[in-house]
Design a protein around this ligand. Structure first.
Ligand code: 4AD
Ligand code: MG
Length: 436
């Protein structure tokens, strides 16, 4: 028997209500998705985070429904009975009903999507937007993906760390830093954990961090945000190829787990066939030079040494549709910390992982020699005095090391087939948006 005074606890989630409970008393809590008034009785469809339940309200309980609006929060106790509706095997015959929190009318959007809203409008009311189960599912999935990534990295002896997000000087060079007032001085928001993660491997050997980073990018595209989450790793005594192998292992494990979830009927926002199609036995690796040759063959005009323009990447994405690595980039296109390729000083031991046109990962081997690192900072026109805290660490016995950064939000775009990164970020930040 349900305690009559207990207004906020439930005995069951919606997904647990099934024929095995016929004749039993249960209590559920959720929001009103639909009110079907057919005169002497009213069918209330109650949704919670796990699913939807049909309830039948009759007699004296109808009184409680007078001012009821869709999306109000409600608790219901009643007995489970076999239903007649084709969508529900069972329903709850209501015995006790309590409207806990009334939703205003009209709401800024309809999460059940009877009236379609633009992405902008949905993000304006994101908390409500998430009552659409297909949208909520994206973020449940994001949570599972980070869980899988963590477990793979931990099983490879990586230690999870958190490095500062408020920093005193640029972590990568470049101008895309946000500055903030920090007491009597100026500080910046971290654009990457790059320098800290390299320092940490001095003692910790292998580290990873999953955290937000900040880039003052003026570009307004479907794949850039001012705040994004990166999965960053760094490992001592591994080279570029080793960390590419690890990236491959992480990605293929994520895909394998998703395939299992889908086989178990797990997710509404994913298409099993499209995920299975992404899962190849391994990920192809093409050199930068190979990609330039292919693109020139296709009519793009690229000089050896040029970076790929958006249109070149799109063309490459049409040729190589799934995941692939681009390796051995010209050294001059890469940040100061990237190591040159042995025996080929104009090339680097670096890579990007692409999905079609979309860059998901950048990584490579780093310099561990402090003199060479200092020289590279100077060569790139940066002021080495701003990197003294970092450079001194390299005089304490720095092992050779490699690592990468994987954009989690971009990975989620690929996994959910989203065309805009804002679909897979709860509260996106870009040049136009700082609220909610
Ligand atoms: O390519 P990026 O800038 O590389 C680094 O930050 C290096 N420190 C990583 C390393 O270990 N060498 O960023 C890494 C990834 C990109 O490939 C992309 O997936 C994502 O982070 N990313 C962004 N995602 C959304 N919005 C932005 N503005 C992003 N900038 C980078
Ligand atoms: Mg990059």
């Amino acid at each position: 028997m349900i305690d009559e005074k207990d207004r906020i606890h439930r005995s069951h989630y919606a997904y647990q209500i099934d024929t095995s409970l016929v004749g039993k008393m249960v209590s559920i809590a959720g929001w009103v998705e639909e009110i079907r008034d057919i005169g002497k009785l009213v069918f209330l469809l109650i949704r919670d985070v796990s699913g939807i339940v049909q309830t039948v309200v009759t007699g004296k309980h109808l009184e409680a429904l007078k001012d009821l609006t869709r999306h109000s929060i409600i608790t219901i106790s009643g007995t489970i009975q076999i239903g007649k509706a084709k969508d529900f095997d069972v329903e709850i015959k209501v015995d006790q009903i309590e409207i806990i929190s009334r939703a205003i009318q009209p709401l800024p959007l309809d999460p059940a999507n009877r009236i379609e809203s633009s992405l902008d409008k949905r993000i304006d009311s994101r908390a409500l937007d998430l009552r659409n189960p297909r949208i909520c599912e994206i973020f449940r999935l994001k949570s599972s993906v980070t869980h899988v990534v963590r477990s793979v990295l931990q099983s490879e002896r990586f230690i999870e760390v958190l490095t500062p997000k408020i920093i005193g000087s640029a972590s990568e060079g470049g101008a895309n830093l946000f500055s903030v007032n920090y007491f009597d001085t100026k500080a910046f928001l971290a654009q990457s954990p790059q320098l800290y993660k390299e320092q940490l491997i001095l003692a910790m050997d292998r580290v990873f961090e999953i955290a937000p980073y900040f880039r003052a990018e003026k570009s307004h595209t479907v794949r850039h945000l001012s705040e994004f989450v990166s999965i960053d790793i760094e490992a001592a005594f591994l080279d570029s190829k080793d960390v590419m192998d690890l990236a491959e292992k992480v990605l293929l494990t994520v895909l394998d787990r998703l395939i299992v979830t889908l086989e178990e009927g797990g997710s509404v926002s994913l298409n099993k066939e499209s995920i299975a199609e992404l899962r190849k036995p391994s990920i192809e690796r093409y050199s930068y030079k190979h990609c330039v040759d292919i693109l020139n063959h296709e009519g793009e005009q690229i000089e050896y040494g040029d970076d790929f323009s958006d249109s070149s990447l799109r063309k490459l994405g049409q040729i190589y549709k799934g995941f692939y690595f681009i390796t051995e980039w010209p050294l001059k296109l890469k940040p100061f910390y990237i190591h040159e390729k042995m025996g080929e000083p104009f090339l680097s031991e670096s890579f990007d992982l692409q999905f079609g046109y979309l860059e998901l990962i950048s990584g490579g081997r780093r310099h561990h020699d402090s003199r060479k690192l200092r020289q590279r900072i100077i060569d790139q026109g940066l002021d080495p005095s701003r990197f003294e805290d970092h450079l001194r660490v390299f005089e304490w016995g720095m092992p050779p090391h490699s690592g990468w950064g994987l954009g989690l939000d971009r990975l989620m775009m690929v996994l959910t087939n989203a065309q805009n990164i804002r679909e897979v970020v709860l509260y996106p930040r870009d040049t136009q948006r700082l609220h909610p």
